[in-house]
Design a protein around this ligand. Structure first.
Ligand SMILES: Cc1cc2nc3c(=O)[nH]c(=O)nc-3n(C[C@H](O)[C@H](O)[C@H](O)COP(=O)(O)O)c2cc1C
Length: 222
């Protein structure tokens, strides 16, 4: 006997042809996802953002702790504060902190300390990881596999936003402590990713980079 409640699984068993069609359609949809660094100020409805966060919240997580929190910002003043703080950190990073090897790796992307997209994109989604939970009594509750869980949720989030016809930038201004301060987050939360979301600026360009081939990323043992 299992010692907790169980319910029937919702699972649609597809015929093999339909499985392949769906799988390929999903690939074709996500194949065109790119990191965008040049945003249009065109507005995006909160409902689209909420729906994508619902998708992200459906991700698996260690012991189902769901150790994430998403703060979504469209307020101009708050976006301005985030831009100023991020640019201060990034100016240090690009000017002093980053080792030469890291700067060389970033060179093809053409990034520098300027982060105008933090004010221009209509929404910033700031993802926080919860290193531990805080239960009603104020006591700490241990979370498990926090980094892996939040990473998976962010993957769901980026895919959901792309499916909704939105552009994203996976941004990690280094270090990100200022986000917890500006957004007044509790002490069990640490910034994980900063994701500007919106439409690309007209004529936006992206680095001409390639992805590894399937044979490079997959080994079959059958
Ligand atoms: C964890 C992580 C952190 C990243 N941080 C930054 C960042 O701070 N700034 C930036 O411009 N791009 C950042 N990126 C985006 C990567 O540069 C980008 O995903 C990579 O160059 C591949 O390009 P693509 O996303 O268009 O396929 C980050 C991506 C990941 C996964």
């Amino acid at each position: 006997m299992r010692d907790s409640a169980f319910i029937p699984l919702e699972f649609e068993r597809l015929d093999p042809a339909k499985q392949l069609v769906r799988s390929k359609a999903f690939y074709e949809m996500l194949r065109t996802r790119r990191t965008v660094r040049d945003f249009s100020p065109d507005p995006v409805s909160l409902e689209l953002i909420e729906t994508a966060i619902r998708t992200a919240s459906n991700a698996p997580s260690g012991a189902n702790r769901q150790p994430w929190h998403f703060v979504v910002v469209s307020d101009l003043e708050v976006k301005r504060k985030i831009r100023e703080a991020a640019e201060a950190e990034e100016r240090e990073f690009y000017g002093h902190r980053a080792p030469e090897e890291w700067l060389e790796a970033l060179q093809p992307l053409g990034t520098d300390w300027h982060k105008p997209f933090l004010e221009i994109a209509p929404w910033l989604i700031v993802v926080f990881r919860e290193d531990y939970g805080l239960v009603a009594s104020g006591e700490k509750e241990k979370n498990y596999y926090v980094m892996e869980s939040v990473g998976i949720a962010c993957g769901f989030l980026l895919a959901a936003l792309h499916a909704a016809g939105l552009a994203t930038l996976t941004h990690t201004p280094s270090p990100m402590g200022f986000l917890a301060q500006i957004l007044n987050r509790p002490k069990n939360e640490k910034p994980y990713l900063l994701i500007p979301v919106g439409f690309p600026a007209s004529g936006a360009q992206v680095p001409n980079i390639t992805k590894k081939s399937l044979s490079n990323v997959m080994t079959v043992i059958s």
